[in-house]
Design a protein around this ligand. Structure first.
Ligand code: NAD
Length: 442
């Protein structure tokens, strides 16, 4: 049995494809493959999601260009069917696993409940000669230490002989899922060069970016390292912002000039880092090395970024003090709860930690978010009679907010800006007391 036997099936689009995990990553991938002519079966343990998809609707909210239309099209064409039963993948030649891979909150070690569940349920129905590709982000060493042993045990088959394994991590960002899936380059890690060759053939059916064949370990390190790199860069921006506040400098003016120096590309500071990737991928990177290597920079960056929601509380307290208002007992309008602009994804949202910190100080938080269902309510209801408005997310809905109106609605004219949403001069003209991450302290 050779993995290369899959090449003509991919070419003819007669390879049957299974996708396990129909979230922000798995659903668009399943849809794109279906739209490219494959018959795709998507499996998820969330029965409500499965029902929604089979009705031709997307369970993903926020501004996600193209996803709803694509789901409607491929379901109507009969090319994508969702199911809660992994047994429906018994005919699949290729199975992509796109389940969530969080870390344990205290130890920061990988929590592979979803991944192990997917592997142990897939094993018994895995067809001979199948290719299993892990798209989820995993700690380096997981393909050899978890995926292959779990699949071999559950299937009674031998990896590299009876079935084949690869790792092709996703690089998408909510808000740009389809565009990223199609255009971004990919590290394509095959168990052998032939496996990588077949994976490249599969991804070539819809990816216009470069496809770089490699081995699974390299792909595991690349993915977790690229997000760790970003976390470290954001931490630098955040630390510099706090330093600038204390020195009386403006971090945005500093950043603009600093980036004129060759090779510098400082990122924007902000109210914290969230989502299902950047806060946990640095921990995944070091998970299997940390007993031998004392990683210092990566945990330090995590600590700096995790501190930002607390720092937002300090800024809020300072701004309120200008109006002789104590944080204790204050009513704070929190604008934005998603982890980034114009998505409904609120996993590891900095706003959650900000709200918890406010409540520990005896303040009341009233949250607004145009995309997160629990907080979709009129903005006016949230800001009216609040002691301060705090911008935690740069949603488009907040970009052109009428500052005169905001001042009139608030009980005290206090604005705290964690995302550089409000123009400082416009805030001053509107008579607002403005304080922001990286701005001169009041
Ligand atoms: N969200 C992103 O922007 C993004 C970007 C790049 C990489 N990733 C990585 O992709 C992976 C998936 O992320 P996501 O954001 O799509 O997660 P998600 O939570 O949106 O989707 C995961 C889905 O898997 C399902 N699931 C979990 N265990 C299962 C099982 N045993 N069987 C069947 N279904 C199961 C869940 O019900 C859920 O619907 C993660 O490893 C993540 O780090 C995510």
């Amino acid at each position: 049995m050779s993995v290369l036997d899959l090449l003509p099936l991919i070419e003819a689009r007669s390879a049957r494809v299974g996708v396990i995990g129909l979230g922000y990553v798995g659903l668009p991938v399943a849809c794109i493959l279906a739209d490219n002519g494959f018959h795709v079966t998507g499996v998820d343990i969330n029965a409500q999601k499965v029902e929604t998809i089979n009705r031709g609707q997307s369970p993903i909210g926020g501004e996600e260009p193209g996803v709803a239309e694509l789901v409607a099209r491929v379901v109507a064409a009969g090319r994508l069917r969702a199911s809660t039963a992994v047994t429906d993948l018994a005919e699949a030649h290729i199975v992509l696993i796109c389940v969530d891979t969080p870390v344990e909150p205290d130890t920061h070690l990988p929590l592979y409940r979803g991944l192990r569940g997917a592997l142990t349920s897939l094993g018994p129905v895995l067809r001979d000669g199948a290719l299993v590709i892990i798209e989820s982000t995993i700690a380096p060493g997981t393909i050899s230490g978890v995926v292959i042993p779990a699949l071999e045990e559950a299937s009674g088959k031998k990896a590299g002989v009876d079935f084949f394994v690869g790792h092709c991590p996703e690089r998408v960002t909510p808000g740009r899922l389809i565009q990223n899936l199609v255009t971004m380059s990919r590290a394509v890690g095959g168990q052998t060069p032939d496996v990588a060759k077949v994976m490249v053939a599969l991804y070539s059916t819809y990816v216009t970016g470069e496809l770089d064949p490699t081995d699974p370990l390299t792909a595991e390190v690349v993915k977790t390292a690229e997000n760790s790199y970003r976390d470290v860069q954001i931490a630098f921006a955040n630390e510099l912002a706090v330093v600038c506040e204390t020195l009386g400098a403006d971090v945005y003016a500093v950043r603009e000039l600093l980036n004129k120096s060759p090779g510098r590309a400082m990122l924007m500071p902000g109210a914290g880092v969230g989502g299902h990737c950047i806060p946990k991928d640095p921990w995944l990177l070091i998970a299997n090395a940390r007993d031998q290597v004392e990683a210092r920079l990566i945990p330090a960056a995590r600590a700096v970024n995790d501190r930002m929601p607390e720092h937002m509380v300090t800024l809020t307290e300072r701004a309120l003090a200008k109006h002789n208002v104590s944080l204790q007992g204050a009513r704070i309008a929190v604008l934005g709860y998603a982890f980034r602009e114009d998505t409904d994804d609120d996993r590891e949202s900095p706003s959650r930690y900000f709200v918890e910190a406010l409540e520990r100080c005896g303040a009341t938080a009233i949250v607004h978010d145009p995309h997160v269902p629990a907080y979709q309510r009129p903005l006016e209801e949230v800001v009216t009679n609040a002691d301060a408005a705090v911008f935690m997310v740069a949603h488009r809905a907040y970009q052109n907010i009428d500052l005169e109106w905001l001042r009139g609605a608030l009980r005290h004219p206090v604005v705290v800006d964690g995302r550089n949403v409000v123009d400082v001069n416009a805030a001053a003209s509107a008579g607002l007391t403005y304080i922001g991450v990286g701005r001169r302290l009041l």
